[in-house]
Every structure is written in structure tokens, then in C-alpha cells.
Design a protein around this ligand. Structure first.
Ligand code: NI
Length: 381
């Protein structure tokens, strides 16, 4: 019998995690599994008293700064339809965003780093963060205080639009700020046959939906990236009554802090003034989410150098208007969010989403090399 390789082990772990997905803030068994594997590797787990999520630490044999590698661990409320032999065993829950791939690759990196402690000039904290999808999980880990000494963060995301062997490396804003808004339009109900006796909130809402389309085309700098989508619109409950009010909500995705302010102000002004023009009233609510993910330029250069050494093809300036609470770690310190090609043919959050398992071992090695090279380049004299 041939000896099992690290890659064989990791693929086994990946399949186990994939079969047993858990939703945000409920990653109890996942956390137990991760702890068990880390213990087997002989890696120290910090005592944080978290029900889900954990932070492990690898102390190098040489002094140096503290850096972190982060994986998210939660799954999504999606019924899997891949037909894979290791398909989710939990009805209605699926690792459809590749967080199982993140966990496995980061575990692999931790194992390799632990075996290479003699090359490490500093300390590496390994973050297994709950509830990236919820969101809020990053804040939960930050609030433990365990990251106070961390100077640099590395994070990854599975990327089905890139083939295995390709890594997307962008600098500057690579993922968007995620803000949410809602608008309540208050009109006056009436009989459908006598609209003149009421104020129709459905007509007012329609005007608002159309008006906000001009923010991207007429207000935003054409060199900026941003989008506003109204995704939920609700009013009335029958065919012959004009309702009293309407409700809508949606999201704004932007790359620059000033554009967040612009969208918030324009949405509010359009909602309130369009409603007023029709004799109705609008109430506008803005719910800010995580900011944009901003990749550090020097880290992008280092990431490209190490990627090349590892035989990766590099896709420059890879960016998306999706969101990631990885950005919360970067509020205080710099970091790098890498898009790892995982192929598979279906987008993330799709019931047929799948990760090509061949991407796991190279990602583990890449992350380990990246951490070691960063620390070697930043030796404190
Ligand atoms: Ni994700």
C-alpha cells in the first residue's frame, strides 16, 4: 500500500467538511473538527471561549512580527445539487461558497508552516472565522482582542471563473463595500376605480425605482465602479384596492468611501423628493455594512512573486463588486485577499457549485510560502 500524502489527507478533510456544512454562527461541529485536526498536527489553539470559530498560532523559531491567515467556515442555506459522491449530508445546507476549500487549504498551510518553524521569522495566527455570510463574523474574532498584535492579514476566496492553477491578484480596492437601504413610501389608500381620491404608493415607488438608476449613470464618476440594485418591492394585496404604502429595499456596492456617501445622499434625496412631488412621503433607511477590501500594493507584488515561483498563472487586477468582511481586519492593518482559481463551471452560491479538489494542495503550499517569504523580507534587525 502506498503511503498517504498530505494532499490525500487534505482531500479527505475537504470531503468531510463538504459533507457536513453548518450555517453562520452555528459552526459548532466544524469548529470541533478543525480543533481535532490542529491538535493532531500539534498546533496550539488559543483559548477564546468561542462556540464557533477559533484562532490557532504557529510560533516561528526566529523573532519577528505577527501575521495572520484567515479562512471563513460557514455554509449557505442552499440545497446542493452537484451529485458529487461527497455531496452535503445536510438537507438544505451547502458549502456553496467554497469556505470548505478555504478551511482545508488553510489547514494545509498551517501543517506545512508548523513543519517549517525553523524558517519562520515571527508568528503566524491562523483564523477560522465564523459567519462571513451573516455577516459579522470577522468582528466577533476582532472583538476577542487576539489580533491586536497582527500586522498583516492574508485571505483567500475560491474563484470558479478562474481555472485551477490561476490566481487573481489585484491591488487597491478588489471587493466592494456592501451597504443596504430600505424605503417606505406612504401614500393614501383608495378604491382602484377612484385613484384621484388617494395617493398611489405603487406609482410613486415605480418612479423612485427608475430615478435611482441615474445615480450610476449621472452622479458617479465614470471612472469609479458601483452599482445600486433594488431587490425587494412590496405593496398591496389585492386587485381593486390602491394600498396605503409600499416598501422596497436593496443594496449599494462601491469601491471608494466617497462613493458610499454619494449613493447614500442621492438615494435619500431621490426617494424623499420624488415622493414629495407626487404628494406622498418617503422614509429612507441606510444600513452600512463592511467596507471595501483594499489590497496593499507591496503585498500584491510579493504575492505575484511567490505565485510565479509556485507555477501559478496570474490574473492581474482581479476585482468584483461582491462583498467580504475580510475588509474589517484591514481597517487597522494591511492585507491581501487572493482569488484562487478553483474551476468547476458554476458560480458561487449556485446549487451546482463545486471546487476542483486539485486546487487544495497548491493553495496550501502557496499560502505557507507566502507567509514565510513575507516574514523573511521583514526580518527585524
Ligand atoms: Ni464566500
Amino acid at each position: 500500500m502506498t503511503k498517504k500524502t498530505i494532499e490525500d489527507d487534505l482531500i479527505e478533510i475537504f470531503e468531510k467538511l463538504h459533507k457536513n456544512p453548518e450555517l453562520s454562527y452555528k459552526e459548532y461541529e466544524t469548529s470541533k473538527t478543525l480543533k481535532g485536526i490542529l491538535k493532531e498536527y500539534g498546533i496550539e489553539i488559543l483559548n477564546l471561549n468561542l462556540d464557533s470559530g477559533l484562532v490557532a498560532v504557529i510560533r516561528g523559531e526566529h523573532p519577528g512580527p505577527v501575521i495572520a491567515i484567515r479562512s471563513d467556515i460557514d455554509a449557505l442555506p442552499i440545497q446542493e445539487n452537484t451529485g458529487l459522491p461527497y455531496q452535503s449530508l445536510v438537507s438544505g445546507i451547502m458549502h456553496a461558497c467554497g469556505h470548505d476549500f478555504h478551511m482545508t487549504s488553510v489547514l494545509g498551510a498551517a501543517r506545512l508552516l508548523n513543519e517549517r518553524r525553523n524558517e519562520i521569522h515571527g508568528t503566524i495566527k491562523i483564523i477560522f472565522q465564523p459567519a462571513e455570510e451573516a455577516p459579522g463574523g470577522a468582528q466577533l474574532i476582532i472583538d476577542t482582542g487576539v489580533l491586536e498584535d497582527v500586522k498583516v492579514y492574508f485571505g483567500i476566496h475560491a474563484t470558479p471563473s478562474l481555472p485551477v492553477g490561476t490566481v487573481g491578484i489585484g491591488e487597491g480596492a478588489v471587493m466592494a463595500a456592501v451597504d443596504k437601504f430600505s424605503i417606505t413610501v406612504k401614500g393614501r389608500g383608495s378604491h382602484a376605480a377612484h385613484p384621484n381620491e388617494g395617493i398611489d404608493p405603487i406609482v410613486v415607488s415605480s418612479a423612485i425605482v427608475m430615478a435611482v438608476q441615474s445615480i450610476v449613470s449621472r452622479n458617479m464618476d465614470p471612472f469609479s465602479q458601483g452599482v445600486v440594485s433594488i431587490t425587494h418591492l412590496e405593496a398591496g394585496n389585492t386587485w381593486n384596492v390602491i394600498p396605503e404604502q409600499a416598501y422596497m429595499e436593496g443594496t449599494v456596492r462601491t469601491m471608494k468611501p466617497e462613493d458610499r456617501v454619494l449613493f447614500q445622499n442621492r438615494l435619500k434625496a431621490l426617494a424623499i423628493n420624488v415622493a414629495e412631488a407626487y404628494g406622498a412621503e418617503a422614509e429612507f433607511n441606510w444600513h452600512p455594512g463592511p467596507p471595501a477590501v483594499i489590497n496593499d500594493g507591496e503585498l500584491a507584488e510579493l504575492s505575484k512573486k511567490v505565485a510565479e515561483k509556485n507555477g501559478y498563472l496570474i490574473r492581474e487586477a482581479y476585482r468584483s463588486l461582491g462583498g467580504e468582511d475580510f475588509s474589517l481586519y484591514l481597517q487597522k492593518e494591511k492585507g491581501m485577499f487572493l482569488r484562487i482559481g478553483t474551476g468547476g463551471g458554476y458560480p458561487i452560491h449556485h446549487p451546482k457549485f463545486r471546487v476542483d479538489r486539485k486546487a487544495i494542495m497548491p493553495t496550501a503550499k502557496y499560502l505557507a510560502d507566502l507567509a514565510i517569504e513575507y516574514l523573511q523580507a521583514n526580518i527585524i534587525a
